[in-house]
Design a protein around this ligand. Structure first.
Ligand code: F6P
Length: 195
């Protein structure tokens, strides 16, 4: 069995301010996580010469991967965070106040709700298909450093969780979800590297 390690990027400046989307760099805590993650990955995948690190094209995942030495890194646009369209850069409070109808429709059906000029969870699930095909083909371990909505969808695929649960799955920051695919099915471990 070979592991797939899923993790969100280290805390970003936008995470600290509660702003969604964007393309900011890491906070101090986020930078610390990047170092701890590098330590963990280098130990865990020490003898795995063919392993690779996959990130999105956004700075916060690339910076989270940057301290990891010894493995090739691949950027996928398909691993970018859900596109919040006109709401990109806003806080949930601002959306609620300035665009109450949008806020309510998302609350009612988070899976199908599509941000104006942006994406829905269903859109994200669809664009992840080539990533999943490639993950299934790989024989070596892969570390996927991505974002909350994207990782909910990826995790649900491997853990076989129903579609309607996807937007609500907990994928906390600074935590590695290790998935092992063996003959007897899928096993999962979580490593919380910091608070
Ligand atoms: O807040 C971090 C974040 O990754 C945002 O960039 C993104 O819009 C959001 O989480 C996705 O989570 P939810 O679908 O619960 O809003």
């Amino acid at each position: 069995p070979r592991p797939i390690l899923l993790t969100r990027h280290g805390e970003s400046r936008d995470n600290v301010r509660g702003r969604i989307g964007g393309d900011t760099v890491l906070s101090e805590a986020g930078e610390l996580y990047a170092k701890k993650l590098a330590n963990f990955v280098e130990k865990r995948l020490k003898s795995e010469r063919a392993a690779s690190i996959w990130t999105s094209t956004l700075q916060r995942t690339i910076l989270t991967a940057s301290p990891i030495a010894g493995f090739p890194k691949i950027q996928w646009r398909a691993l970018d965070e859900i596109n919040a369209g006109v709401c990109d850069g806003m806080t949930y409070e601002e959306i609620k106040k300035n665009m109450p109808e949008e806020y309510e429709s998302r609350k009612k059906d988070k899976l199908r709700y599509r941000y104006p000029r942006g994406e829905s969870y269903l859109d994200v699930i669809q664009r992840l298909e080539p990533v999943i095909v490639e993950l299934e083909r790989q024989r070596a371990p892969v570390v996927v450093i991505s974002h909350q909505a994207v990782l909910r969808a990826l995790y649900a695929y491997f853990a076989d969780r129903p579609l309607k649960e996807i937007p609500h799955i907990e994928v906390p920051l600074h935590t590695i979800i290790e998935i092992q695919m063996g003959v007897s099915g899928v096993q999962e471990k979580r490593y919380k590297l910091m608070d």
